[in-house]
Write a protein that binds this ligand. Sequence first.
Ligand code: A2P
Length: 334
Amino acid sequence: MKKNPTVAIVGATGAVGVEFAGCMERRNFPAGKLVPLASARSVGKTMAFRGANVPVQELTESSFAGVDIAMFSAGASISRKFAPIAVKAGAVVVDNSSAFRMDREVPLVVPEINAADVRGHHGIIANPNCTTAIVLMALYPLHRKFGVKRIFASSYQAVSGTGAKAIEELRRQVDQSVHGEPLTHEVYPYPIAFNVLPHVDSFLPTGYTKEEMKMENEGRKIMHHPGFRASVTCVRVPVYRAHSIAVTAEFEQPVSVSTAREVLSHAPGLDLVDDPTKNQYPMPLFTADHYNCAVGRLRLDCALDNGLCFWVSGDQLLKGAALNAVQIAEELIK
Ligand code: A2P
């Protein structure tokens, strides 16, 4: 890989897409050139990068000539169609969609956990599901110490995880509510303002949603832990940015809160925010726009042996998406 790669961003106008450029800029990623790509609707828009306004181009089959790294965040169907085209043109794809995550040939990487897996790529590297990535930032260090068997978790997921249209929908509904107007909805099946939806992604015959099963499936692959089990309820909440997850984890070894605190206080990419006497715990308002995830509310689970409860919050557009992708790109040019 070149030291100053040409980087394409597919979905450059989307909620995650705009964050790719910001992360590269703030981390001084040595991109030689930026190629923002989106649909024909976005031609005429620009992407701010290092003081320049780079024109957005329409994504076509010939968009990838000369591109070294292509970061995709335009949905799974665009990834399925265009990622192989990008690879054929010589690019390495870092894909934020679910299209290739469970493909055996495709590494699924959280650099703080399994950076070495990047080396085994065949052209595509997958970025994990955002909720999974945020949970694993806290769970994996605990797993290394105590050996995780299974988790039970509920998520509190921000609307920006659904994309730019969902951010707009929440804004509009808040405005409608303030003005006493009926709440109109297009993105979600019910109003999201002043509501919570126990429904993220589509339902499976088991009653779980696809999103809920990503924690177990992707968690096993990232942690190299095929026996890991996860029972999750994913909930959409009227928060603009940053997901939070309440986790109960059961471990092989006995756990103590003091050792867990010690482990988590040294974990990369994670802040320990855990002082109930001062009302200190992680919250999405304060993890939004931050690279690090935050963990708190540590306590021994009162209903499980070797069980620990914790609450983790993180910016899903950053650690759950763009930041993680840029960290993968950094591994590629190391
Ligand atoms: P566009 O803004 O031109 O529609 P989000 O996840 O926030 O909804 O963003 C989705 C991203 O994927 C946007 O950048 C969007 O571009 C892009 N996108 C959606 N459909 C296509 C398409 N058919 N071709 C290229 N880009 C697309």
